[in-house]
Design a protein around this ligand. Structure first.
Ligand code: UDP
Length: 257
């Protein structure tokens, strides 16, 4: 497929009835794991790639931050006695593996992609350069941010908040599997956990709700960046969110009702 023409996009909303034209999608490592206990499930990855590629084809600019919980988490290594920073760097490298997996799957769907890494791995990914990321998005490429923030002691949730702000994404879309959004307790453990359709960043932090870690959530709060927590298993959800439909949980700076 030829590369798109390079006409600049039009962030700010409006095209095709969309309320958002540029979003940042956060995919946890577990999203790629499917029903497996570890690693990546090729069928799950293919489904996710198809879903992303289809919404991208409608003209939506999509950047993705991918985690690595399906492969490695720094805290695991630290718990086993490893130096935390070393373990975190391993976690960041693991996100590069997931980014390449996702890139391959998206390109099989016909999308054009670029992986931009916060840690230099120049043979396989471009270094992260903010302006370049924005240019790729304008040219119709899906940008995959790898290696988190590039710093130990952070998470890919913080990378999602940081990159979303840097590239002027209008919202973060936090993909979940098997749950519709945020609940007042873990629905896997508490049968009558109550679904929360809308909440402020501040309240989510105060109530300790597991949406993102507190560093990531604070960054969104301080910069009024909305977060949509939604079920990725429903293939229409991203499209519905970017068209202004209320799907999943909206975390924002002020309640709309
Ligand atoms: N990590 C890090 N700095 C970052 C992002 C990630 O050190 O900016 C490391 C950290 O060890 C983390 C691992 O990479 O545990 C994988 O990221 P994360 O746990 O956020 O993945 P997810 O939960 O989204 O699958």
């Amino acid at each position: 497929m030829p590369e798109p023409s390079g006409e600049p996009g039009s962030p700010g909303g409006g095209a095709n009835g969309r309320v958002f034209d540029r979003v940042l999608l956060k995919l946890s490592g577990e999203a790629l794991m499917g029903e497996l206990e570890y690693g990546t499930d090729p069928e799950r990855v293919e489904r996710i790639a198809k879903h992303i590629s289809e919404v991208h084809d409608t003209g939506l600019e999509i950047a993705i931050v991918v985690g690595a919980g399906n492969i490695y988490r720094g805290l695991q290594g630290a718990a086993a006695g490893m130096d935390r920073a070393t373990a975190d760097y391993m976690g960041m490298l693991a996100t590069v593996l997931n980014a390449l997996t996702l890139q391959d799957a998206l390109e099989k769907q016909g999308s054009h992609t670029r992986v931009l890494s916060a840690i230099q791995v120049t043979e396989v990914a471009e270094p992260y350069i903010r302006r370049r990321a924005e240019r790729h998005l304008e040219k119709g490429r899906i940008v995959i941010f790898a290696a988190g923030t590039g710093n130990p002691f952070f998470t890919t949730d913080t990378a999602a908040s940081l990159r979303a702000l840097e590239i002027h994404a209008e919202a973060i879309l936090m993909a979940k599997h098997g749950v519709e959004g945020v609940y007042d307790a873990d629905p896997a453990l508490v049968a009558d956990a109550t679904f929360i359709p809308e909440i402020t960043h501040r309240e989510a932090i105060e109530r300790g709700l597991k949406i993102m870690d507190s560093t990531a959530l604070s960054l969104c709060m301080d910069n009024q960046l909305p977060i949509y927590v939604f079920n990725m298993a429903d293939e229409s959800n991203i499209d519905r969110i970017v068209h202004g439909e209320r799907v999943g949980t909206l975390v924002s700076s002020g309640k709309a009702f």
